[in-house]
Design a protein around this ligand. Sequence first.
Ligand code: GUN
Length: 286
Amino acid sequence: MKIIDGKLLANSLNQELRKKILFFKDKYGKTPYLVVILVGNNQASEVYVNNKKKKAIEIGIKSKVIRLSDKITEDNLLKTIDSCNSDNSIDSILVQLPLPNHINSNKVIDRISIEKDVDGFNSKNIGLLAMGRPKVVPCTPLGCYKMLESILNLESKNVLILGRSNIVGKPLSYLLTNKNATVTLAHSKTNNLKSLSLRSDIIIAAIGKANFLKKDWVKKNAVIIDVGINVVVNEKGLRKIVGDVDYKDVYKKVSFISPVPGGVGPMTIHCLLSNTLSLAQKRKTS
Ligand code: GUN
């Protein structure tokens, strides 16, 4: 078994990215600028957003977090997005999800200008990805793809994706289909999940259920990518982050596995930052 070390891969990709950002700054006299909008005080979102900002600054990207009350009206949130859209110094905008229930997330996501949609969640960007004409690819799916690409050729592989979210499962299924993998997108209503799982060369778990995937569901020498980030309390009463894969149960049987933490998480952030640079470059050249 080998570990797909997302942290190591992200560090090396970030070194390259840092050079590209320096080159961009030299050429255009401008620092790429990412704005993150955080509504409310969901604890997990706070952690993700702080990590994103910290990494952005480390790599040479300007970054600001706009913190808004969970009581904000949909209209005022849309107005905030409008003002970011029209601020010419801003290259990329991310609205952290989930949003409070009284706000229509689809409306909010679609309000972000397509030129600044760093998550690639805008319905036009998702449509282009589904058609095999991607402009901006969502960060977690792109991170998963880069991890897989670092160890194997995806062509003709049977891939099982567990979870059909708009953030991970669906866009990842389009991306890997475009790369000539044979993709099964499974979800809570899927029948015979175990048999699908046992015939898969690659399993990507993105369902948000701690330690869900066990070794008797996994083919020998399969490749596993674990997208889950779940908080559990261990035997000693301490809070711990675990993935959707029961790592200890599964690792001896597989050829490659990504850990949690230190797997997909750092790759998602790398892709966010590299998407920010791409958007900044496109805005300068189009
Ligand atoms: N919430 C969980 N993952 C993500 C993500 O990749 N982007 C945004 N905007 N919100 C998220």
